[in-house]
Structures are given as structure tokens and as C-alpha cells.
Design a protein around this ligand. Structure first.
Ligand code: H2B
Length: 120
């Protein structure tokens, strides 16, 4: 699959089957997260920022007190590319990560980060 060329609508539809938590809005992949407040919001933003910089691919972020909207597109290609799908998959894997139950790490007792609901 192309990583630097914008996907066609049918390629996007195919890829979206494996990303049910994301939507396509105005030529970008979009996902919302909700947090228990500003400190957690900033930690989530920093986590996304860290991966984005390591990947050299940077989403647009809309940040409010307890919400983070992530918007992925490849500006240089004018659309959604394999880079956007790869970063979306990576964020799906880590943004809601929790220690396994019964393991050595107890996990935060706070609500922390959860999947956001869509406004529409
Ligand atoms: N991020 C996104 N989302 N789209 C781009 O086209 C893009 C980027 N280009 N991050 C990258 C950086 C480019 O500016 C550098 C030089 O690789």
C-alpha cells in the first residue's frame, strides 16, 4: 500500500474496516479521546507528540480540558496515506493501554484516558 501517495476512496474504505474507532472527516482520519481532566489530557498529548515526532508524521490536535481530537492526513500528499493509517494503528495500540489485570503493575486508579464519543 502507498505510504506517500493519497489513497483512493475505495482504498480508504477498505483500510477503515480495521480502524472502527476512527472516522474519515474532510479528507482526514479523526479519532476522539476523553480524559479525567487537564493533567491527563496533557500527558495524552505528549504521548501522541512523542510518537508523532519519532515517526516524523504529525497529526493536528484539538485540545480542550478533557478532550483530545486527533486528525491525521498527509499534507504533502493532499490526502490520507499509509503514514496516517500506520500512526492511527499505533495510537490505537497505546493511547488506551492499561497493565494486564493481575499483573505486577496495578494501573492508575483514576479514569485516565478513554475512547471519546462522537458529537454528531
Ligand atoms: N505530518 C503530516 N501530517 N503531513 C505531512 O505532510 C508531514 C508531516 N510532513 N510531518 C513531514 C512532517 C515533513 O514536513 C518532513 C520534512 O518530513
Amino acid at each position: 500500500m502507498p505510504k506517500d501517495t493519497a489513497y483512493s476512496n475505495s482504498e480508504i474504505t477498505e483500510q477503515m474496516k480495521e480502524l472502527p474507532t476512527w472516522r474519515v472527516e474532510a479528507g482526514a482520519l479523526v479519532r476522539h479521546f476523553e480524559t479525567d481532566g487537564w493533567p491527563t489530557t496533557l500527558m495524552l498529548v505528549n504521548m501522541i507528540g512523542y510518537f508523532a515526532e519519532a515517526a516524523d508524521h504529525h497529526p493536528d490536535l484539538a485540545v480542550s480540558w478533557s478532550k483530545v481530537a486527533v486528525k491525521l492526513s498527509t499534507h504533502s500528499a493532499g490526502g490520507i496515506t499509509g503514514k496516517d493509517f500506520a500512526l492511527a494503528r499505533l495510537l490505537d495500540q497505546w493511547a488506551l493501554w492499561r497493565p494486564e489485570s493481575g499483573g505486577a503493575l496495578g494501573g492508575s486508579p483514576r479514569p485516565f484516558v478513554k475512547a471519546g464519543t462522537w458529537k454528531s
